[in-house]
Design a binder for this molecule. Structure first.
Ligand code: CDP
Length: 236
């Protein structure tokens, strides 16, 4: 793991599930020419190992052990691979888990294990290591409140739960995954409740956050609003 560069500027984008954080954060990072951290993918990577290994999601010791041995690779091609030093030559030592970690079951498990404080601590150093020149755009739930509290711009991205459910529905349909809108809505509401009511690092706007409601904005308008605010706050 490389050392963080604490002088590199940071923009954080936090918000509830399916608010479009990932898409917006990636586009903002590209526009600025900065690095990008999808912190949710780290929780999902641990969750994938939990689901596959039949691990008890309340077993903090096991969760920490998984987080400490996690060797993720974030390719420029957008693929996420897990390095498996123990694996045989057939797997060439890594596995592409980009699609596996996006399964709804893995997302639900990520939100369950994310309530464990020791796991959150164990993932801190890995998240900090993404802070490199010329800058970092990080998305998640606690990027502005806990992980990068000195970020120059902290965005809190929201949208109504109905519009988020519709967006997620469209995404899944485009991928050929059939689903029921009502079920998705319920899933989002459950995840919102768990993420915002947990004791450690609950989802909430950071102090001084730029709160952006994207219910009536398209992707480009939302990206523009973030970039304009970054300019106004002279970040970067
Ligand atoms: O795509 P979606 O917003 O549903 O989820 P994600 O950003 O990939 O994160 C998956 C889960 O990890 C969330 O439901 C959160 O509970 C948890 N998480 C977290 O606790 N802290 C973060 N910084 C990022 C994600």
């Amino acid at each position: 793991m490389i050392d963080a560069d604490p002088t590199a500027p940071v923009v954080t984008i936090d918000g509830p599930t399916a608010s479009g954080k990932g898409t917006i954060a990636l586009k903002v990072a590209r526009a600025l020419g900065w690095h990008y951290l999808d912190s949710g993918s780290l929780y999902r990577l641990v969750a994938l190992e939990v689901v596959r290994g039949g691990v008890d999601p309340a077993d903090a010791g096991r969760l920490v052990a998984i987080a400490r041995t996690l060797r993720p690779w974030f390719g420029d091609d957008g693929r996420i691979r897990l390095s498996r030093p123990q694996a045989g030559p057939a797997e060439a030592g890594h596995e592409d888990v980009t699609d596996a970690i996006r399964a709804e079951e893995v997302g639900q498990m990520a939100s369950r294990i994310a309530v464990v404080p020791a796991l959150r601590d164990a993932l801190l150093a890995l998240q900090h290591s993404f802070r490199q020149a010329p800058g970092l755009v990080a998305d998640g739930r606690d990027m502005g409140t806990v992980v990068f509290p000195d970020a120059g711009l902290k965005v809190f991205l929201t949208a109504s739960v109905e519009s988020r459910a519709e967006r997620r529905y469209k995404q899944l349909m485009e991928k050929g995954i059939s689903t029921i809108l009502e079920g998705l809505l319920l899933d989002l509401q459950q995840r919102d409740a768990r993420d915002s009511q947990r004791a450690t690092a609950p989802l909430k706007p950071a102090e001084g956050a730029f709160v952006l409601d994207s219910t009536r904005l398209d992707i480009d308008q939302t990206v523009r609003a973030v970039l304009d605010e970054a300019e106004r706050r002279q970040v970067g």
